[in-house]
Design a protein around this ligand. Structure first.
Ligand SMILES: NC(=O)c1ccc[n+]([C@@H]2O[C@H](COP(=O)([O-])OP(=O)(O)OC[C@H]3O[C@@H](n4cnc5c(N)ncnc54)[C@H](OP(=O)(O)O)[C@@H]3O)[C@@H](O)[C@H]2O)c1
Length: 309
């Protein structure tokens, strides 16, 4: 048993702190890091942990301590913080979407850092991390001669945290939507990563990915966005991922279709909940830190385990 440091006291950090204590995967929250005074103070008050404005102030880890890094989607922002915490003795779990398929130089830097400090770094989450990569790959493993994988996900953002609603582009005109997509402020991050993770798992080429994002407009304003990623792996093989996230979208669902022998289709009526789901994956990853060999693990690098052991 160990302590958990939360880096990024937003909704995900707060929910994970609560879930990790409730599930007894850690004994205590031993630090809360956030430059935002209000967010930090709230989580400090609810956990009793010391608060810090930056990771530079965090004390060295006690044996078995883990840090959750959940403050940004951009790999370039998160990777240096991970390396700092690993060198301070922490195993690290992160929900950073950009690290689900890390650029080569960051993958090398983190893998080297984890190996040389004898620590584990795990990238996890619901999407990327499960519903459009790990889950389709698990199903593909139950079929032969797979030629196509499709995952379709439809989300009602009215049940989601504010930062996700903002990323869906809600309230923007078509022009504003296009500008915010260009600036990287609107649009789900990680659809291309999920497609590449699936392709890699199937030992298919993974370079040819196209991405598309369009607003869902009602009376001239966006209620959300439609995203599509298509990966062509040659010889007619393809991976297609479609994600709709919009305010009050009716009848949300997840569907995964594997074309192979046998063909498989599964539906999750209501959809896999991204926020509760992410907390569940992070808690599982914290549990796994102690048992994995040192290294950097993308979502599909994690060994498959059944149950909670
Ligand atoms: N893979 C998945 O399935 C999945 C699922 C859910 C969330 N996520 C990702 O997980 C992250 C957390 O989500 P969230 O909704 O909780 O985010 P959020 O609402 O944006 O909260 C993040 C918090 O971290 C703070 N922060 C900014 N820079 C920091 C730094 N250098 N060190 C420590 N804290 C810092 C922010 O402060 P300011 O407000 O002052 O910037 C904010 O209080 C996001 O990147 C999100 O996209 C991934």
């Amino acid at each position: 048993m160990a302590g958990l440091v939360i880096v990024g006291a937003g909704p995900i950090g707060a929910w994970v702190a609560e879930a990790a204590l409730a599930d007894r995967v850690v004994d205590a929250i031993v630090g809360v890091v956030d430059p935002d005074d209000r967010a930090r103070r709230e989580l400090v008050a609810s956990t009793g942990a010391p608060g810090y404005a930056t990771t530079v102030q965090i004390p060295r880890a006690e044996l078995g301590d883990v840090a959750l890094i959940s403050f940004a989607s951009a790999a370039e922002r998160v990777a240096p913080e991970i390396i700092r915490l690993v060198s301070a003795g922490y195993d690290v779990v992160t929900t950073c979407e950009g690290l689900a398929w890390a650029p080569r130089h960051l993958w090398d830097a983190m893998h080297t850092s984890a190996r040389s400090d004898g620590r584990t770094i795990i990238v996890t989450g619901a999407n990327p991390g499960f519903s459009m990569d790990r889950l389709p790959l698990l199903l593909a493993g139950a079929s032969r001669n797979v030629t196509s994988i499709k995952a379709k996900r439809s989300m009602d953002t009215s049940t989601c945290r504010p930062s996700l609603i903002a990323k869906s582009g809600r309230g923007l005109t078509a022009e504003e939507f296009a500008a915010q997509v260009m600036a990287g402020r609107v649009g789900h991050k990680g659809l291309d990563s999920s497609a590449k993770l699936i392709a890699r798992g199937l030992e298919w080429p993974h370079k040819d990915v196209s991405l598309d994002i369009k607003p869902i407009l009602v009376d001239g304003r966006a209620i959300g966005a439609n995203h599509k990623a298509r990966l062509s792996a040659g010889y007619g093989r393809e991976i297609v991922l479609e994600l709709s996230m919009a305010w009050k979208l009716e009848e949300p669902f997840d569907r995964v279709t594997v074309v192979g022998t046998p063909p498989i289709t599964i539906d999750i009526p209501g959809g896999y909940p991204i926020d509760d789901g992410t907390a569940a994956h992070v808690v599982a990853a914290i549990r796994h830190c102690a048992t994995l060999d040192p290294g950097f693990y993308r979502p599909t690098d994690l060994p498959l385990r059944f149950g909670v052991s």
